[in-house]
Design a protein around this ligand. Structure first.
Ligand code: WTA
Length: 687
């Protein structure tokens, strides 16, 4: 069978599973061999690069220097941490007023050299990737040398098919070594990769391929998740049928099951097998785009957030090392999918640029049971785990025994990201998962910031972590809170729009193909500041707590979903006149999706459920199943102002069961609609 797994054994040690179709390129390794090549416990001082500088002794000195003398601070780090073909001759050229961000001018480097080659040369037997496949206990290990071979072969494969510098490559793959190699192979030849989360529908994938004008797609026959097969190739076929720009589709055999191969399809496994494992890396400019990643915004059209090569790489590496106190030889377990920025930065670029061992998690937190994460921690001896609060909320309901039966003593740092960490989830993470012995780092950042921007670590020695708060700005980040009139709020105990008034290397450079939208979204709302779209509170001690999105973007299980995207999908239904979607508090997902739908004419109560199912299907088809509404309410109208604007504030209160807090509704064209909404909501959802 094509998908049969190749097993190699060394002496009496445990078997290690390698990728079947790529087996000839690999040498065999055991966990033990590789673990011994590392020595734990190098210095824990942040930025040893500055140890010779008598001015920069403390954490506060370093933070201040990062803001007051950014050229010295980032220039020193960029020189010592990155490998350059040609050194940069100017640290930065930035004008935040204009959203003009450029770092490390005239420098030349290659991200794949920094993430793969230098470690393949130095510590080639060290494990780069642990592929934690869907079935527990079937993990595969890939050393830096093996990864280097894969990357070079794949780079040659792309090159020989005509892919070159600046070309966009869409990657629609499960979290796997091949996906990492695909990202690195693009970087090696200077192509810009656009990883699309493999849960997006064919329409959503097509939209992203067309927007990026990508000629090349890399996918797999099927994905495997939670014991189920996911028909990735079928989705790609439906997407590619809508994309005249696509010239080739590489298909990796994840399961080896038969899938129809069309005229644009090329077997990735076969094509790679006949390529040389030497591919000279392109010398890329610091500011050449490394990748783009689509994220939701206030309109229905997703934004291709574009990141540069040098700045992103430096920032990803610095934050992975220092926020999680990553030490050489440790095993870093970020369980995010590579289709979201968390996976991009903390599964792939951050750890690999530090020569770390990183986990690629293919499964779900509850497969085969709610002990999966902790069984994995025990089996793989992970030192850090980085996850989303939504999975903590899901798992804590299942009881502590799923945790306590596994040995978690290898864990040192517990990270989370993507949504506010509520105190119940924080306590469970800290007390039960970490046994009160690990630091919990609640990290705030965004696709646009490239890496962690606010987090409890690194910090001055002895500084305590305040429960469930991202707390302090990272080096180079100067947060600001703005009031309604666009003025910066000073002092403590204030709440406002979260902006950043400094520039840092990891920040996004543009929205691919739409720089005006980039400026309008991030720089024009508060001139001289980067606007995050979030609200935040600064407490007495000066620590930051995120209060949630201020725009029409929902945060569902840590995924950003624009209300407009869901509305557009549902509005396509012939029986729908209009839709308004809002988020509402959901005890597991953080936010659930609530759709208020105005149908064409009345809906027969007998047919209401069928129509709801059709509407959910529309969302699944246009976006993906993760964006399907949790609740749908049919209503004869929506609360609108005289200028036709939907008052979402009112819808949010209705959805949140707070009819007493509706406030002033006198400006509505038809205030009586609110009464109908409240009544229907309470009947439908029995509140
Ligand atoms: C939210 C994910 C509260 C926030 C890395 C942000 C958070 C959006 C936190 C970015 C946190 C992220 N506490 N909210 N620690 N971290 N968020 O682009 O609303 O997928 O704007 O990046 O997630 O989501 P994105």
């Amino acid at each position: 069978m094509a998908g049969a797994k190749y097993v190699c054994r060394i002496g009496k040690t445990k078997p290690v599973f390698l990728i079947s179709s790529l087996k000839n390129q690999f040498t065999c390794h055991t966990r033990k061999d590789v673990f011994c090549t590392h020595l734990r416990g190098i210095t824990t001082t942040p930025f040893p690069e500055f140890q010779g500088d008598p001015q920069l002794k403390s954490h506060a000195d370093l933070y201040n220097a990062s803001l007051q003398n950014p050229d010295y601070f980032w220039g020193t780090l960029a020189k010592s941490r990155l490998q350059w073909f040609q050194k940069f001759n100017q640290v930065k050229d930035c004008d935040i007023n204009k959203g003009h961000i450029r770092w490390f001018m005239d420098g030349k480097l290659n991200a794949s050299v920094n993430c793969v080659d230098r470690y393949a040369k130095k510590t080639g037997d060290a494990i780069a990737l642990i592929w934690e496949k869907d079935e527990p206990g079937t993990e595969e290990y890939v050393t830096y040398r093996q990864l280097s071979q894969m990357v070079n072969k794949m780079a040659n494969m792309l090159k020989s098919s005509g892919v070159g510098r600046g070309d966009r490559v869409a990657i629609y793959l499960p979290t796997s070594p091949v996906a990492v190699a695909a990202m690195m192979a693009c970087a090696r030849i200077g192509a810009i990769h656009s990883v699309v989360f493999a849960g997006f529908s064919s329409d959503a994938l097509a939209g992203r391929i067309i927007d990026a004008d990508a000629e090349t797609v890399i996918t797999a026959d099927e994905g495997v998740r939670g014991g189920k097969l996911i028909p990735l190739k079928q989705t790609v076929d439906a997407a590619v049928a809508q994309c005249p720009c696509v010239k080739r589709v590489f298909v990796y055999q994840r399961t080896g099951n038969d899938v129809p191969m069309n005229k644009l399809d090329i077997s990735l496994d076969k094509e790679m097998a006949c390529q040389s494992d030497v591919c000279d890396p392109e010398e890329m400019g610091s500011e050449d785009l490394l990748f783009m990643l689509y994220t939701s915004g206030s309109t229905g059209k997703p934004k291709g957030i574009a990141h540069s090569t040098a700045g992103y790489l430096l920032y990803a590496g610095i934050t992975q090392k220092h926020v999680f106190d990553y030490q050489e030889g440790e095993r870093f377990g970020c369980v995010a999918d590579i289709g979201w920025i968390t996976g991009h930065t903390y599964v792939v670029y951050g750890p690999l640029s530090n020569g770390a061992t990183t986990v690629l998690f293919e499964s779900t937190p509850t497969y085969p049971d709610p002990g999966r994460y902790w069984e994995m921690v025990q089996r793989l001896k992970l030192n850090q785990i980085y996850l989303a609060p939504t999975s903590l909320r899901l798992l804590l309901k299942e009881g502590n025994e799923w945790v306590t039966k596994y040995d978690r003593s290898s864990l040192r740092k517990l990270g989370c990201v993507g949504e506010p960490l509520n105190s119940e989830a924080y306590d469970w993470y800290n007390d039960v998962i970490g046994d009160g012995k690990c630091e919990v780092v609640d990290t705030w950042w965004q696709t646009e910031t490239g890496g962690i921007a606010i987090a409890p670590r690194p910090s001055a020695k002895g500084a305590k972590i305040v429960a469930a708060k991202p707390m302090r700005p990272h080096f180079g980040i100067q947060p600001a809170l703005m009031d309604k009139d666009g003025k910066e709020l000073t002092g403590s105990n204030v709440q406002g729009a979260l902006c950043i008034k400094s520039v840092w290397p990891g920040m996004a450079r543009t929205i691919y193909g739409d720089h005006k939208r980039f400026l309008d979204t991030y720089y024009n709302p508060y001139p001289g500041y980067y606007f995050s779209g979030d609200g935040a509170h600064r407490c007495e001690e000066g620590y930051y707590q995120i209060t949630g999105r201020m725009d029409d973007v929902m945060n569902v299980s840590g995924h950003r979903i624009g209300t407009a995207e869901v509305e557009d999908a549902m509005d396509n239904h012939a029986q729908v006149a209009e839709t308004a979607v809002v988020g509402y508090p959901h005890d597991v997902k953080g936010e659930g999706i609530y759709a208020f739908v105005v149908p064409m004419g009345d809906v027969d109560p007998e047919e209401a459920d069928a129509l709801k199912a059709e509407l959910k299907l529309m969302v699944k088809t246009v976006i993906g199943s993760f964006a399907q509404p949790d609740k749908i309410l049919f209503t004869p109208g929506l609360p609108k102002t005289r200028s036709g604007k939907i008052m979402r504030r009112i819808l949010r209160k209705v959805a949140d069961n707070k009819p007493d807090e509706l406030g002033d509704i006198s400006t509505l064209v038809d205030p009586s609609v609110v009464e109908i909404l409240v009544q229907r909501h309470s009947e439908e959802f029995k509140v």
